[in-house]
Design a protein around this ligand. Structure first.
Ligand SMILES: C[S@@+](CC[C@H](N)C(=O)[O-])C[C@H]1O[C@@H](n2cnc3c(N)ncnc32)[C@H](O)[C@@H]1O
Length: 329
């Protein structure tokens, strides 16, 4: 196909290409070509070519550049994908379709080393799921989120990249010098950014592997001096840290209510609780708030600061967060 090109001596090629790029005149859809000592640089719009190069304009056949391809362009439909570091997570019940999607992901322009398909729901106390490795190998990666890096093995720990915005919302409330306790900390996606904001953080998790990653991630992000990481049941740390927390994160949505007595024991005189819950759309905040009020009893005044729907969890069910302040009476 014939397109306008600027033709100059080969030695001037890079300088002229830069000049055209600065003038926003480069045509990215066609290939630059060198013939003998002349370089032909396709331009998108001859009127944008700087005046000193206009005399160099020629019409010329130029080959189209290979454009990067997305999985959707390769497949002809939009697959459901989630990215976690260099892992791409798919969610396909049909193994033939899973293979097709994985092949499309691997040949696309997505930076990807491994494709995993969900092989079980999130299960058990440790909230971990099983995976089918469809392409590549291994289930460990380094995920980046709002300037922090988290190394993790998705087959051994809980982690959801979908909660990035929610975590950010919580972390932005943290003030320098406060004491925050992340009762169900995982590999540290709340605890570590809270420490970066200047909080002194106690991070607890039942999953020893998650706590090993959390310690490594604290080092990796330069905040290990502000994080105390504890592998074990949060009920067991309640005594040692009783009455110290300015902030509590309770991200264990299916059973956080069973830990509200622990939360109240950890709370200082004035403490914000970020309480995650899964409830029916008809009353997404009522049951959580009632449980918090019951646990606080006469000891604390309870004020709701935010009621937030984090995401849809299942038909008619929401994953929600209540930000609630407890003030000792
Ligand atoms: C939904 S995950 C949240 C992890 C992390 N906050 C995040 O956002 O990625 C809940 C975590 O709670 C931990 N857990 C469950 N029961 C616990 C308990 N009794 N004490 C401490 N951690 C617990 C699980 O191992 C799991 O890592």
């Amino acid at each position: 196909m014939s397109v306008p090109c600027v033709a100059v001596d080969r030695e001037r090629g890079e300088a002229v290409r830069t000049q055209l790029a600065e003038a926003d005149a480069l045509d990215g859809d066609h290939r630059i070509e060198v013939v003998d000592d002349t370089i032909y640089i396709p331009v998108s719009d001859a009127d944008r070519v700087p005046a000193d190069l206009r005399g160099r304009l020629v019409e010329r056949d130029a080959d189209a550049r290979d454009r990067p391809k997305t999985p959707a362009e390769i497949l002809g439909d939009e697959p459901s994908l989630e990215r976690l570091g260099d892992i791409v997570i798919i969610d396909e019940d049909d193994p033939v379709r899973a293979r097709e999607v994985a092949d499309a992901v691997m040949t696309s322009d997505l930076p990807c080393e491994t494709v995993l398909n969900r092989a079980s729901p999130i299960e058990g106390e440790l909230r971990v799921r099983e995976w089918d490795v469809i392409a590549g190998d291994g289930t460990e990666t380094v995920h980046r989120e709002y300037g922090h890096e988290f190394r993790l093995d998705v087959a051994a720990v809980y982690f959801s990249p979908r909660l990035a915005t929610e975590r950010r919302r919580v972390v932005e409330q943290v003030r320098e010098g406060e004491t925050a306790i992340d009762m169900f900390a995982g590999v540290g996606p709340y605890a570590i950014p809270m420490a970066t904001r200047g909080a002194n953080v106690v991070a607890c998790d039942l999953n020893e592997v998650a706590i090993e990653y959390l310690r490594e991630n604290a080092e990796r992000n330069g905040v290990s001096d502000r994080i105390t990481a504890i592998a074990g049941d949060v009920r067991e740390v309640a005594e040692e840290y009783a009455g110290v927390a300015d902030r509590l994160v309770m991200n264990l949505p299916h059973s956080a209510d069973e830990f509200l007595d622990v939360a109240v024991a950890l709370a200082g005189d004035s403490c914000v609780i970020h309480y995650y819950d899964i409830q029916h759309e008809d009353d997404p905040f009522g049951p959580g708030l009632a449980a918090i009020r019951a646990a606080a009893g006469d000891e604390y005044e309870v004020t709701v600061e935010t009621e937030r729907v984090v995401r849809s969890y299942a038909p008619h069910e929401y994953n929600v967060c209540l930000d609630v302040r407890l003030d000792r009476r």
